[in-house]
Design a protein. Structure first.
Lengths: 207, 207, 207, 207
DNA sequence: AATGAATGAGACTTCATTCAT
DNA sequence: TATGAATGAAGTCTCATTCAT
């Protein structure tokens, strides 16, 4: 009994902390998506999460800490979502599926996507996140590249492409398309872009 | 004599004002590229341009005015540069040439490019520039679209593409590629991307 | 058996509490000597003592409590050390011995001395400690005065001095010397000051 | 006329700034004497001087800047006052006169004296002012030493003293006496201390 | 036209303090 | 008893903005 009680108490402290952190991050994602990084204040994050004005500073150490944590949170989440969505073995199908998934998840999860793009903008001038984002880019491109090479080996994709550049360009198109859509969501039809992109890519990669 | 003097003075005043404004804008471009919009202060712009701390506020009316003016300046300049670079009539060649030009001018003019991308990030959350940037996107895509349609009419490009989406995707790839390069200029070879992109695009558009 | 157990537990609780308090105070002395009162936080004291961030507040009731306890601790300790060091009966020898002891103990115990001087500075503006420190001064001077009067009665010291002022001035020289040394320990030779002071005092008090 | 106007204008800007700085410093001296450094806020200094809450930060760059400026101000002022008070050539008379002046100016200018002692306390833990204060000490002691050596050369003072240590001890007595007085002004008679000190010093230095 | 003095709002940050476990 | 989660107050600092010269 006593052991159980202690465990419960201990767990409950840790849980409390964990829940608070998750709520703060969720509030931060929303606010950053709406207003951008600089116009999101620590106080607002605390209050939007239902806590005090001071808690975000307490947890994340300050604004910098929040930004870094936020970047890790968004990047990690996106990576995990992509992995879960992979239903094919390495190759052309998985490549095209991942591209389509990128379009669809942007539409489905506009808030988080917008927050990630805000971070990408910040990355241009904020050393705290530059590396992390560059690494995200590199990792994403690398995944495309792996699939391209597998597809070439399988004869699904022509062998004379520069797989590395091609991978970067695929990621580029996805990013650029979503970026334009975020600036004018009412004007741009994301699913049309998805279909056209998949078709074009199939043609340009065809052996 | 008096009239002449007045004219001369007036012109010299106007010129001085113009030169000062240009210098202020140039300084702003540089600082924004280095630090981002929020971390660029009006005073710094004034001093970096060799004037007083107060002049930018005097000229641009305030920070918002500076941002708007800066956006117009960068967008206008880029558009004019593109026009100057067009050496072919509407069609596939001009399309591919414009794409290549986009890559090359980013590499050649990294500071201005970076400043423009900072503005694109800002556009996600700042109504002052959102419309202007969305319009830039729409205009750029429209230009690609026009060329695509001309090329289709000429039989250079297959007729079953969605010209509107295709145009957006072309712009997307350009933006996304330069965006990745700005985050990791040492890692990414922009001219390799240019060549691979032109080749891929040619294949995917081929009739 | 039961009573014994309770006593043992109670004693062990009390001991634990006492040991914790001593460790906290020792940590506080060190931190205050290094950083000053305001820059020493309760959390730091707890952690530096090997306990939790919250313990100092728990024990001392708050920052004020810590300051007051610290003052009592340092003052009491210094007084007891002086008593232990007294090897002569009241009179000139004990007076000169106490003066020399003051110099030596400052050199030997720089951390505690520094902490005490930090408190003396704080005493100028913090009513919590002003009286305690003024009383320390008064008591110290009184001790010198008692020895002076005994020495006058014994004929060791000239009778025309103002014993009260003289006592204050002796304490003043000790304090002022150590104060200068704490600001520039590498520049000032404390033992040279001790010898010169004892010699000067002997001459000025000589009948 | 025009030139005059310009001069007036220019001078008036500079004057405005200068006057503001002097008023801010005067307010800072008063507040620091009353509450200590940490409990004096920049806002209070601004308002006490009749300006805005933000002006001190604007002028001094921040709290650190204020502390440094304040130290320079007080140290410089005290030095100049001492020089003005010197009515004798180098030697014993000037030495004793300076000592007496030190007591008298503390009594006359209690606020500034208290502020200087607050800074001396701060100097123990704040690298920003440590050196400045150590230098003040060294300079003050050096002045006493110079007078001691002149007096020895003139035969007014015995030759077997350690002039350097003696000088430090004289400064020490002055500092220590004023320090005690500041902690208990009602209990301690500063002029009695002055007279007793001058008498004692004369005896201990007499050839 | 141009400078720079002065204001004041707002955000970050740091902690003492309180409270639940 | 002891921990550490959470609060909230207060101060520093940075700037956009306004205004006098």
């Amino acid at each position: 009994m006593r052991t159980l009680t202690e465990r419960t108490e201990r767990r409950s402290q840790a849980e409390r902390r964990d829940e608070a952190e998750q709520r703060l991050l969720a509030a931060a994602v929303r606010l950053v998506a709406e207003r951008g990084l600089e116009r999101t204040t620590l106080s607002e994050v605390g209050e939007a999460a239902g806590y005090s004005r001071g808690l975000p500073a307490h947890y994340f150490g300050g604004k910098s800490g929040l930004i870094v944590t936020l970047a890790a949170h968004l990047i990690g989440r996106f990576g995990r979502a992509l992995e879960r969505a992979e239903r094919h073995g390495p190759g052309l199908k998985r490549l095209l599926g991942a591209a389509a998934f990128y379009f669809d998840s942007a539409a489905k999860d506009q808030t988080r996507t917008r927050a990630l793009f805000v971070l990408l903008g910040e990355g241009l001038n904020n050393a705290l996140v530059t590396d992390r984002l560059a690494e995200l880019n590199a990792r994403s491109a690398k995944t495309f590249e792996t699939n391209l090479r597998a597809a070439i080996a399988d004869g699904e994709v022509r062998a004379d492409i520069d797989a590395e550049s091609q991978a970067i360009l695929i990621l580029a198109a996805l990013r650029g398309a979503v970026g334009q859509w975020l600036l004018a969501p009412k004007t741009i039809d994301l699913s049309a872009l998805r279909d056209e992109f998949v078709a074009s890519l199939s043609r340009s990669l065809a052996p």
